[in-house]
Design a protein around this ligand. Sequence first.
Ligand code: SF4
Length: 455
Amino acid sequence: MLDNATVERLISGYNSPVPRYTSYPTALEFVPLDDAALLDSYRKCEPDRPVSVYIHLPFCENLCLYCGCNVLLSRKIEVLDEYIPLLLAEIKAKTDMMEFKPRVSQLHFGGGTPNFLRLSDWNRLFAGLHQYFAFTPDAELSVELDPAVLSDGYLTHLKQLGFNRVSYGVQDVTPKVLEAVNRPQDVQRIRDIVAESRALGFSSVNLDLIYGLPHQTNESYKANLDFIAELKPERIALFSYAHVPWLKHHQRRMDEKALTEPSEKLKIYLSARQAFAALGYEQIGMDHFGLPGDTLTEAFKNKTLHRNFMGYTTQKTLDMLAFGTSAIGFVSGVYMQNHLKLSGYRSAIETGKNWFEKGFVMSAEDRLRHEVITQLMANFRVRFSDVEQQFGIRFADHFAAELERLKEFAADGHGILDEAGFTTSETGSFIIRHIAAVFDAYRKGSGQKAFSKAI
Ligand code: SF4
């Protein structure tokens, strides 16, 4: 456990905006992307390499004030009568551009609230998915669900469709906090849903928590830790609340004075980490925890964890095909983001052109830096020989200036730098975003307001 002086030192030195590096370059660097990039990147896909598929289901009935996702608010279920056919048309059009039927080893549905869909919508969607994709026998099928609006029989249906992993947004169990962020939910209902998920045979249940919300204190947060001890999910995601009201205007409706102070926020994180360790969880990267035997836990232990727009993943450089409004795909070194607004998305599908809001074609240098940043963010270390072999460079020559910065982090006690590489210390793991940022060639001080603070 860090002492108070160390906590204060980390906050005064490093509580500044910095990317979370779910991509490199970050989405801030994305620029208008023409359709040729789509065809080019898809043609480079190799038939024998499975792909990951992400499908964005953007609708929510209610807006949580902390939300940082791309959401379309709607109480009208009929919006799905347009959206599901559009999704299927997009999947057909894009998979038609490939010369083979892609094999999928990971399929993830995020949102929004995926359980906004009716059961009949899932049937329609899965009929299309099986038509356009082949699934590997051990494919991971996962979905994010909002327990507050999960109807009876829903989980049974998802299990029958083949889902094996579920993730529930809990965020906090304290009524005062939930009220302050406009997220009504019944905690007993979550207990029942987790029990039902287990009874149905889902192999992994993940619960999401957030710290840094209004009225949370180290003391009040114990209710969440007790809740985790009671339910013992296979995985926990413990996200730091990103307060960016200049980007997400609805966050202005939150009482800023009630937000948790940075030092209290770090204490909550440290207490949670300690409580999860006592329960047998192992830390995975910055903000995930898993029970021994979980695939992410094992990947972190073996230093083979990777990172993409979905967060941490066990599978390296899987091309990610992404569908739905605002979804970001990554294929053969090209990031491609779909239109954010339904009107732009609809128009792209109807005309078969102007597919993207924006994107980015990576250079060889971007790929090299992406690898170093990913190693640091996912495994808290970078081994120079691995990078040298993969990219044919001499690390000490190519990154001479960056190594000087790493020396400073090492001198401050945030890691060990030797001839083999750089490995973070305990304090270094708290400021890993800052350490990774050393290798970000685009981070020159401008546009920093686009990112949340590190702590
Ligand atoms: S349910 Fe999730 S996606 Fe929808 S508003 Fe709340 S936080 Fe955002």
